[in-house]
Design a protein around this ligand. Sequence first.
Ligand code: SF4
Length: 714
Amino acid sequence: MKIDRRHVLKFLGGSALGTALSPLPWKVLDDVSIWTQNWSWIPVPPKGETVIRHTTCALCPAGCGVKVRCIGTQPVALSGLPGHPTSHGFLCPGGLLGHHLPYDPRRITQPVRLDSAAHQSVSRSPEQILSDLGKALARLKTDASAGRFAIIDSLPGRSTSLAYRQLASQFPGGTYIVPADGIKKSLCVFNGVFGAAYPELGIDVERAGSILSFGADLFEGWGTPGRLLRKQQESDAGLRLTQIEPRYSNTAAMAESWLPIWPGTEPILALGLAGVIIREKAFNPGLSPAIDALNQISDFRDLLAALPPERTAEICGISAEAISRTAQEIAAHPPCLALLGGSYSGGPFGEDDYLSVNLLNLLTGALGAEGGLVPRRALPEIDPPVANLASPTDLAGVPDESIGFLMIDGTVARQSIPSAVLRRKLVRDKAVVVSFSSVATEYADLSHYVLPVPVYLEAFQEIPTAPDFPVAAFSFSVPLLSPPPAATSPVEWVNRLAGSARLDWAPLSTEALAEARIKAISGCKRGSVYSYADGAMKSNSDFASAEELGKAFRSGASWLDSAPDPVKPELTKLPYFQPETWGRLKRQVNQRIEVRSKPADETVTLMPFATAFVATASPLAGKLTRESDLYPRAGDALISPSTASRLALQEGQRAELETGKGRLGVRIRLNEAAVPGTVFVPISGSDADPRNLCEISEDSIWRATPAKLRRLDV
Ligand code: SF4
């Protein structure tokens, strides 16, 4: 199915109208009416008074503002808030149907012990489970062979994160792991360039002159969808977006142009574009001294000289003319934001990708400019600070086979990491894996225990700054429903586990930590607070007290920090001005060119990709999208007609994908959207997860893997 801009806007334009206009086939509507009559878990709203309440969506880090229509106390419809300063009235389909989550048929309401090999739960009382886990934790303190304690935080920056970090600090080698958010990881290249007052960077996408997206799924999960959709709708010139990726994704359908490059050649194209910009002196004029300094580095000169448009085009699989035209366009519409994304589920990029793509942000003057990458303050720290905190660690930095006890915060589903990547980090056959989740299917092939937690609309949860925001921001997702009695906040589980393990532990409380955060925001006196109920924007300093500010937050409000004071980037701090960076980059890029230059054989390149989480978060939306074929289903293998012809495969045939890691049965789907020679398989449940077939590099990268694809029924 060919998807165009109109199609995508209809599906993403979060409103009741957007849903009504969405292209879901009529068969699906028929199904809905049947299900709503027969599914016991579909909520039947009580009759009663209509009440409007407000909250913040907690399903992903974007934190969109939500208006909730309730009948009595029962939420029956969610919609966006048009005046919301970051979501601008949009809710993605997952957010629109977030009130279905409490009724998920897979919901667990008691702690569960899983036998992952047998795919079933084991009968064990909650007290026995807590006692088992307490003993396993206590062993880590005394027995070095038991491995280290580690916890993965799906949404860092909350007060809950402080509880996780403090728990990790209780164990020798205890590790607090932050999943590699694609946006944050990419911006790390510029860490420290704006001084200590601005430890982070944000993205001023609203004022960008043009956008060059290297695989960032801008309309299906990257950052805050409402920001780009509003820009798209309000700008006469459109987005001036060039999408660079090997699949005609929904974001590619929304772009001015699509460059279908070969997987893994992103840094080569970025360096090729940088070469054109430098040779044609189309860089930001203020950068002349910096370019002179770069030209003193021989590896820099050599690398760019080796990638003229013709050679770059040959490697990347696009035309030299497209490269020259793209370089001219981005230079003509500054500042150009060069964004490197890819959903985390689809696989992180590597260091050479980040360095190469961000070189374009430097050359076009996007660093520190309005409409570019802007300095951002951190959220005000709570005072007194929570003591003894383990430092955040990237998963790639954790040695293989070192984790003896792993806790996974599965409360923000979008941050899922492939089980194969995690399994590699576990002490073989001995590690204990516990996940905090509302469903037993999350990491079911890996977890030994699942501890139930409240879902969105049942939990009081902090929503810290989203990775793409240009300024720090904060809000609460407030509960509108009661969770099942045994579904407890992760902080409370941490308290109970620490007690069961007899750790030296002063219990923490979600409420107390939240109060401390409100006090810190109130104390900084900066920024403004947007009230969801009346759409008013009020200065933070106009709130008489932290209590008054807290009251506003609890009825639905977002705080946004004020814009930074003018500050110039200290370019000399950037890795680009260190000769060894270019030596390393040259080696990495040459390796990629070598792989690409190998003659084609019978293999294809396996690319797992995330179907829009935003469209499948709710059990009902998941069923709708699967059965309507609006999105690919689990086990579909998307290949181009020319690849199908080369491998003698046809639409709908059963086939098998094989890599060095295993095999997966798939159904062939012919799709012009896939670059010839690639096979795209959607990420899905644990059994059919194509990421488990991927080669995982030393630095936990798993984007593209050579695979064999053959028919099963001959
Ligand atoms: S899931 Fe994310 S993008 Fe969708 S409505 Fe919620 S916060 Fe917004």
